[in-house]
Design a protein around this ligand. Structure first.
Ligand SMILES: N[C@@H](CCC(=O)N[C@@H](CS)C(=O)NCC(=O)O)C(=O)O
Length: 216
């Protein structure tokens, strides 16, 4: 059995997209980060960095295995089920390169931009300028790459695309007011996003949400 500990944020939606693409049965345990549930001892036992997502595979080869960090989880599942990541060769390393680019650059920069420019009540112009500039640079990198190749790693749809897509949805919705000018005319990104948005598994993975709380 696969149990995903996650929330309705961009990092939280990557793994459900892959689980849906793989057609696997899984349970989602929602960790409400707005209520600080990520600091509860049970969650810290599987995710010591107090961040979602984390996955527990009760059917792992050597007994139950917990994994935190979205890139590690995506790689584990792709390797275990033999899809969306080449087992070796250039195709594998191109996918790893862009997966790590997303986890190490695109996600953190858009995350900081979201904090300073969207969520924070106090506006700090220097921080907003810094993260807008860096987000703009990264979106330029993405546009150039997708102008050259159909998907991030090349001809094939991989976990690198799955990792980047939820963040690009945030960039074009929640962060639209800040990034609209930068994204205007970025045709390769728009083409790639439309292609991913049309995938039923992507739609299902993006739609995860906690059940309504019962009356108690
Ligand atoms: N590098 C981590 C980032 C995970 C992350 O930032 N998760 C956020 C939600 S999108 C979180 O759990 N935040 C809770 C907190 O910061 O306390 C990954 O890719 O898994």
């Amino acid at each position: 059995m696969l149990v995903l500990h996650s929330w309705t944020t961009p990092n939280g939606r990557k793994v459900p997209i892959l689980l849906e693409e793989l057609g696997l049965a899984y349970e989602v345990h929602f960790v409400d980060i707005s209520k600080n549930e990520q600091f509860e001892p049970d969650f810290l036992a599987i995710s010591p960095n107090n961040k979602i997502p984390a996955l527990v595979d009760y059917g792992a080869e050597d007994g139950p295995l917990s994994i935190f960090e979205s890139g590690a989880i995506l790689t584990y599942l792709a390797d275990k089920y033999g899809r969306f990541l080449a087992p070796r060769g250039h195709a594998r390393w191109k996918a790893m390169e862009w997966l790590n680019w997303q986890v190490g650059s695109l996600g953190p920069m858009l995350g900081q931009l979201g904090f300073f420019a969207v969520r924070s009540k106090e506006k700090a112009p220097l921080a907003i300028d810094r993260f807008t500039e860096e987000a703009g640079r990264l979106l330029g990198v993405l546009e150039r790459r997708l102008g050259e190749t159909r998907y991030l790693a090349g001809d094939d749809y991989t976990i690198a695309d799955i990792a980047a897509y939820p963040w690009m949805v945030t960039a074009t919705t929640v962060q639209k007011d800040v990034l609209a000018d930068i994204l205007a005319g970025k045709k390769a990104i728009a083409r790639w996003m439309a292609e991913l948005a049309a995938r039923p598994a992507v739609q299902r993975g993006m739609a995860i949400k906690p059940p309504p709380r019962g009356i108690s």
